[in-house]
Design a protein around this ligand. Structure first.
Ligand code: CA
Ligand code: CA
Length: 624
């Protein structure tokens, strides 16, 4: 359940609902639900909350935390803490950011909870609501000590000052608990935006008296009526007992959420984490919410306030009645290039392509993409419309080059691929700490400053009029030249893993813009891309990587810091791999203006003797 409230513009609350597919390794780890609330300046809170949710989901299912679900969950939350700290230390915009988080796992007949901060988990059992988590804030601490009364706790000016959070202190203490589930239990995870405006008694009444669907709408509507001063995120999980043994593992999940499936991908590896801010999924009502209802052999995810076909299970439990009036239309938004940030009525719904459901009426759509002019579009959805495709072609920004280095947040990505050449596999989920990488290949102008300052010899091609324009990439440099340049610039060559993550993004695309080759987005062999030879380092903005890097595919191949070993992926360390320490050849990535599409992928590995000086090999730098 997510709602932007009535005061704050940015929703810093995030949540995840993960339902692994049956018969997978992940299924043995159960179902995971997470709610987080971020803190920090200018969007940093959002980054912290998203990082927290993403990391908990990734790490919990990775198995790194061991077999015991409680240990695994605690470890996942510890990793979330480190990820936030890591990003905060490496990016000045993110200093002091933090998050509070509550994670809940349902496995067989037990519930596991890990918790830090002032988000909460509740259980409603046999008609009574009970808070399962302690609030790690001033009021919570004082109450537990018996130093103040509940009334005092609710009014004291310092009551909300956090005493524990993720990312804001060197160490973090994590609360965990395990309990038996009783059939019929309702679990509620929520941020303070909800419980600050509703008493426990109000929540209890709503959750018991209304069906889950109504309850979800009602809770957010009431919170908004009572002020709605803060964001709200909540996940409601209901277990239903229908005279059959309560065995979650034997139940077949069934999902119905129309296009939200695109976001809620049920392959756990792609995770459901971090639904976009303020999901304008049902703008016609006060609430946007996700319900998870377990029981009767089925599991449902539902947008609160949506008008869906009632399913057989819902009819059976009798808890949902849906009107067919005022049906939302599905809006499918694509952009060229893809990956633009789409906001609908002021709420971000994520990178394109993306789909949302909008109720009849007027909606403002805003499309922003780094390096392109922002577009605004007013969409009128008419009653009865079912599907509306929208495509926006973005116009590059006329402004000059943006800042030279890209920040790549810490986290997982898929390195390598199956089905490519032998040395590209096996693929692995690799964790990298946050780092920076150059937005562009190093240009002749950049390199000229270096040879003048460091009194180095010019590269072989520096006098070639085809190659020596200041804004073309430097080429004809060997590995030692590239390494020396980066050191001079107080940087270093990227590792293979860093280069690949920056090129393909966390989603593991084959090319910087997606999985399908597009001859207009990369300077490879031929002039379909407009460049028979090398192109300027800031050419082809439609071929940018998800983080905004240019010419990762094609133009000049790029030296990386590591040695080449075709077998390396068989034994690659899963965290911050730095490449083999010895070898005879160095890795060159990204293909060039002389290669075919198959060798300009983000995964393709080529290798050259370190002393090679090729007209089609240059480099870019990275730094911690
Ligand atoms: Ca070309
Ligand atoms: Ca390149």
């Amino acid at each position: 359940m997510r709602d932007t409230g009535r005061v704050k513009e940015v929703n810093e609350d995030f949540y995840a609902i993960v339902e692994p597919e049956e018969s997978t390794e992940a299924e043995a780890r159960g179902r995971l639900y997470v709610v987080a609330d971020g803190m920090g300046n200018q969007g940093a809170g959002e980054v912290a909350a998203k990082t927290a949710v993403d990391t908990v989901v990734d790490v919990y299912y990775s198995g790194e935390g061991g077999e015991n679900p409680q240990d695994a969950l605690r470890y996942a939350v510890e990793c979330a803490h480190s990820s936030i700290r890591d990003s905060a230390q490496k990016n000045p915009e993110y200093t002091k950011m933090g998050a509070t988080l509550t994670a809940l796992v349902l496995l067989d007949d037990r519930v596991f909870i890990a918790h830090v901060g002032d988000t909460r988990a509740y259980v409603i059992r046999k008609g009574k609501i009970r808070q399962l988590t302690d609030d790690h804030n001033w009021a919570g601490d004082q109450l537990r000590k018996g130093a103040i009364t509940k009334v005092h706790a609710n009014t004291h000016p310092r009551r909300k000052v956090l005493t524990r959070s993720l990312g804001q202190t060197p160490q973090v203490e994590i609360d965990t608990m395990v309990a038996e589930i009783e059939p019929g239990d309702i679990f509620l995870l929520c941020t303070d935006g909800l419980y600050d405006t509703l008493s426990d008694e109000e929540m209890e009444r709503v959750l018991i008296e209304a069906g889950p669907e109504m309850a979800c709408r009602e809770l957010v509507a009431r919170a908004n009526r009572n002020g709605g001063a803060d964001n709200i995120a909540a996940v409601l999980i209901k277990t239903v007992y229908e005279g059959k043994p309560f065995l979650i593992k034997e139940r077949k999940p069934r999902f119905q959420l129309g296009d939200l499936k695109l976001t809620l991908n049920f392959d756990w590896r792609k995770k459901l984490a971090s639904l976009p801010v303020g999901l304008p999924f049902y703008l016609g009502v006060a609430a946007v919410a996700i319900l998870v209802i377990i029981g009767g052999g089925m599991l449902f995810f539902r947008g609160c306030g949506g008008n869906h076909e009632p399913s057989s299970q819902q009819a059976a439990t009798g808890s949902h009645v849906f009107s067919q009036k005022n049906q939302p239309a599905k809006i499918k938004i694509t952009t060229a290039p893809s990956g633009a940030i789409i906001a609908v009525d002021g709420a971000r719904i994520g990178p394109s392509p993306v789909a949302v459901d909008l109720f009849p009426g007027s909606h403002e759509i805003e499309i922003t993409q780094d390096g392109y002019q922002t577009k605004k579009h007013t969409l009128m959805v008419k009653p009865g419309e079912i599907q509306i495709p929208l495509n926006f072609i973005l116009v590059p920004h006329p402004a000059e080059r943006s800042p030279d280095m890209l920040f790549i947040p810490g986290g997982f990505f898929i390195m390598g691929r199956e089905g490519g050449s032998l040395e590209e596999g096996p693929s692995h989920k690799i964790y990298l700490d946050a780092y920076y990488i150059d937005r562009y290949e190093v240009s002749n102008a950049d390199y000229k400053r270096f040879i003048e300052a460091a009194k180095r010899a010019a590269p072989a091609l520096f006098e070639d009029p085809q190659k020596n324009t200041p804004n073309l990439p430097v080429a004809g440099v060997d590995w030692t030249d590239a390494d020396a340049y980066c050191s001079w610039a107080k940087k270093r060559l990227p590792t293979e893993a860093e280069w690949e993550k920056a090129a393909r993004g966390a989603e593991g695309w084959l090319y910087p813009w997606g999985n399908t080759f597009d001859p207009t987005r990369a300077n490879i062999l031929g002039d379909a891309d407009g460049y028979p030879d090398v192109a300027p380092v800031d050419a082809l903005p439609t071929g940018k990587s998800p983080y905004g890097g240019y010419n990762f595919a094609g133009n000049v191949g790029e030296w990386t810091g590591g040695y080449f070993d075709p077998e390396y992926y068989k034994t690659i360390p899963l965290k911050n791999p730095r490449g083999p320490e010895t070898g005879t050849r160095r890795v060159v990535r990204g293909g060039s203006y002389r290669t075919a599409p198959e060798t300009a992928t983000a995964t393709y590995r080529s290798a050259f003797a370190p002393e090679s000086r090729k007209p089609y090999i240059g480099f870019r730098c990275a730094k911690d």
